[in-house]
Structure formats: structure tokens, C-alpha cells
Design a protein around this ligand. Structure first.
Ligand code: SF4
Length: 338
């Protein structure tokens, strides 16, 4: 009997190793030492494991899933730039991340074979594009994770952006402060600080991601005067319940990070097991309104497949009548407002 159980476990382990190899052949896999520590400390299908440990289901593409679910391609005038809205562009100087999310919306390009950094001539052309388009008010560094770049390389890019008069604001989208907090050094913090006004937008999906080292890294950034915003993805089995979302949003604000976006999970290939229904997301975000403070409320948004951009898809609080409107309260009751 005992041997039977042992053989069963051995074959489960072998199957798991086989699955990881198969997924790693198709998509990037990396887990930082700190995230591995958190994974070891939680139950086997805990919220950190689910986000970073490969799963055989990633090899299946569901109906409607796409290689480019947010439609970056049609809005990429030059390599490294996505220009979807007139006043802002994405600048993607790298395609690598410290850890790879199993639900990544750019998984067909991020962490894949090829050049990890945007080649120098393409970076120069991307900066030239920004220079030539005076309508660009904001540049969003994305990727990949821009905070895996060395402080020297990042400084060079930020210095060039600062010299473009019409670029008034920079945003940096990153998971690094929580997944690899040791990278938030004094030198890197100074590079970001002197590029003000610059916002660091932290990607986090569960309160447990905020290890003491990660919270200290966020504090280094905020203490240096760098404003932080939070963005999260609604993920089945990770944060798709009121208690988990509440804990995440409170944890962000407790760390002086203003929740900004809650993304509906994109239709990237092999990520169906992470997606919730839109109705579930709307019900969850409606429930948050009465449950957590206004400063904890993110905008629930969906990137419309095909490159049509982001739209708020949260609950409705106003409905039109012929002689006025009805307004919904936090308990779901409607009140006439003449
Ligand atoms: S940090 Fe962003 S770009 Fe990198 S793997 Fe995660 S979702 Fe993809």
C-alpha cells in the first residue's frame, strides 16, 4: 500500500516536471528567490504559486485567445513604441522580466528568444519618434519590466526623455519592487527620483506578495518622493473573491500605493484558467464600493481585443429616466435624483 502511494507520488512528480518542461519550451519561466520563498511557505496551489509556477493548461489555447490580445501590433509605428492614444506612448526598452507571470498578456514576445534589450539603433529611433510627435505628453516605460535595466541604462533613457520639452510625465510599469526588491537600490531610486514627475505603477495581485523586503523597497521609492500607483489583474483562484481583493487593495494603500487599475484578464493564449467572467468582475467591484474606503478603489478596466484600447467596465451607478436619473447606493438600491 505504502509503495503504491509512493509510486503514485513519483509519477505525479514526473508528470509535473514533464509539464514544466513543455510549458518552458513555449513560454518564458522564471521565479525570483523571494517569490520562491513565498511559494514554499504557502499551500501548493496558493496565490503566488498560481501566478508563477507553470501549468500544463498553458499549452491549450481557448476559443477567442490571441497572440496579441491587446492589439499592440497595429499601433507600433517603430520597434519599441506603441502609440494607441494621442497624448501617450508605450516605450518598451526590454523584453525581459525578473519573474514571468503565467497569465502575461505579452507572453508571445516577453522573455522569448531574441534580443532582450531593444537594440541601440531601434531605441534611438523610438526616442526620435517621441521627439517628432509633439502631442506626446506622457511616456510609459513598459516591456518586459523596465526596472530590470541597470540604473545606468535607465538613467540614459530617462535623461533623453527629460530633454524632450513636450514629454511632461513618465510612468514606469513594474513588478520588481515586490518580486526582486534587492534591485531597488539607492542608485536606482535616485535615477527615478530625478526624472520627476515620474510615477511607478506597481503590478501586484495578492496581499501575500508584499513580503517585508518588498514593502521596504516600496517605502524606499515613496520616501524618495516617487508617487506609486497600483495595478492588478483579476485572476481566478488568486484574487477573485471579495476578501482577497479587499486585502490586496488595503495592502497597497497601507504601503502608500494608490490602487489605479484592476484589469480584466486579457485573452492571451493558454490563460483561460485564469479568466473570470465580466459579470463576476462587475459584481466584485460593486461589492468593494461599500466594503473599502474610496482611496482603495481601482478602476475596473478591459482592454478591448483588437487594439481598441481600455474601457472602464465597472458597475453602473446611474440610469437615465425621462425626468431625471436614478442613482444606485452601495447596497444596490436605486434613488431618484431629479
Ligand atoms: S511583469 Fe508584466 S510583462 Fe512581465 S511577465 Fe508579468 S505581465 Fe508579463
Amino acid at each position: 500500500m505504502a509503495t503504491g502511494i509512493k509510486n503514485g507520488r513519483t509519477s505525479q512528480i514526473l508528470q509535473f516536471a514533464h509539464d514544466i518542461d513543455a510549458v518552458a519550451e513555449r513560454y518564458a519561466v522564471a521565479i525570483t528567490p523571494l517569490m520562491q520563498e513565498l511559494i514554499d511557505a504557502e499551500r501548493s496551489d496558493g496565490p503566488i504559486s498560481k501566478q508563477f509556477v507553470p501549468d500544463a493548461r498553458e499549452l491549450d489555447s481557448a476559443h477567442g485567445e490571441l497572440a496579441d490580445p491587446v492589439g499592440d501590433g497595429p499601433h507600433a509605428p517603430v520597434p519599441g513604441i506603441v502609440h494607441r492614444y494621442p497624448d501617450r506612448v508605450l516605450l518598451m526598452p526590454t523584453k525581459i522580466c525578473a519573474a514571468y507571470c503565467r497569465f502575461c498578456f505579452r507572453r508571445e514576445t516577453v522573455g522569448q528568444q531574441g534580443e532582450a534589450l531593444l537594440p541601440a539603433r531601434e531605441l534611438a529611433a523610438a526616442l526620435q519618434y517621441i521627439r517628432e510627435h509633439e502631442e506626446i505628453w506622457e511616456v510609459i516605460l513598459s516591456g518586459g519590466d523596465p526596472l530590470v535595466l541597470s540604473p545606468r541604462r535607465l538613467d540614459k533613457i530617462l535623461t533623453e526623455l527629460r530633454e524632450i520639452a513636450h514629454v511632461r510625465v513618465v510612468r514606469v510599469h513594474t513588478r520588481v519592487p515586490l518580486v526582486a526588491p534587492e534591485k531597488i537600490t539607492r542608485e536606482l531610486t535616485e535615477v527615478l527620483r530625478k526624472a520627476a514627475p515620474l510615477f511607478v505603477v506597481l503590478h501586484a495581485n495578492h496581499a501575500d506578495e508584499f513580503a517585508p523586503q518588498g514593502q521596504a523597497a516600496c517605502a524606499r521609492l515613496v520616501d524618495a518622493g516617487i508617487p506609486m500607483l497600483g495595478q492588478s489583474v483579476l485572476l481566478r483562484g488568486v484574487n477573485d473573491n471579495a476578501a482577497a481583493l479587499e486585502a490586496l487593495l488595503r495592502r497597497q494603500v497601507e504601503n502608500r500605493i494608490k490602487p489605479y487599475y484592476l484589469h480584466h484578464a486579457d485573452r492571451a493564449n493558454g490563460t483561460a484558467h485564469f479568466r473570470t467572467g465580466l459579470a463576476q468582475g462587475r459584481a466584485l467591484t460593486a461589492g468593494l464600493r461599500g466594503r473599502v474606503s474610496g482611496i482603495c478603489q481601482p478602476a475596473y478596466v478591459l482592454d478591448i481585443p483588437g487594439g481598441h484600447g481600455k474601457s472602464p467596465v465597472g458597475p453602473d451607478y446611474v440610469r437615465e429616466r425621462s425626468d431625471g436619473v436614478d442613482v444606485r447606493d452601495v447596497n444596490g438600491c436605486w434613488h431618484a435624483y431629479e
